[in-house]
Design a binder for this molecule. Sequence first.
Ligand SMILES: [Zn+2]
Length: 236
Amino acid sequence: MSIYPLKYEIIFDQQKDIIKKIAPNVFLSWQQKKGASYIIKIHSGAVLIDSTGDSAAKIVIEALKQINLRPKDVKLIFNTHYHFEQIAGNDAFPDARIYAQQKEIPFISGEKKGKQKPSFGNFIFAPYTKKSINDLLDNTKLTFEDFCLYIIHTPGHTEGSASYLYNDILFTGDLIEYKENKVFLSSFWDSHSALDSIKRLQVLDFEYLCLGDGHVLREGRNIIKYLSSHPHGHKV
Ligand SMILES: [Zn+2]
């Protein structure tokens, strides 16, 4: 029996640290039952990858404060997919432009009701994003001042899930899930699509893999390579 070596996980002290440093300008803010948001500090403020399941985004705002930033300093938010724990905090940042893959937009804006993960029982009352949401094309680079993000459509967990590459850090949302010290591919929407998506990610060069639930793993490329031939990682 071999399970992927999760010794590469970066261990944070969740009780002590409101903000966890992944790279000199990349941070994680995480709160139990509220989910995760990744903060990238840029020249004029910050960019977020997802905004947690808290409509007030309290933990993110607290984390921003620790790096001397305010909610209005958030310029861009990229949602990996429409689920409640990714998008609820979108409207807590008044000056932020919101981005997502086109298929997710009606779910994020509340126009359509999407299937949610059962662990988040309060999704029935989930706040939706009132601001307009901008579409992201596949296999493109988005630049903003000194910031550059590479966008890859990675359906599987949901139909319009996207992954984002920033320097040597890849954010995959819930395409890859983590449970009981094991990583595996999500089949929440479609397992074949998830497998195709993971194969697409194999060509990228990166070190850190940041999952939608706040788990951060080193040797990200090896994990992607492993999952592309062992999608049910935990069953190996
Ligand atoms: Zn999800």
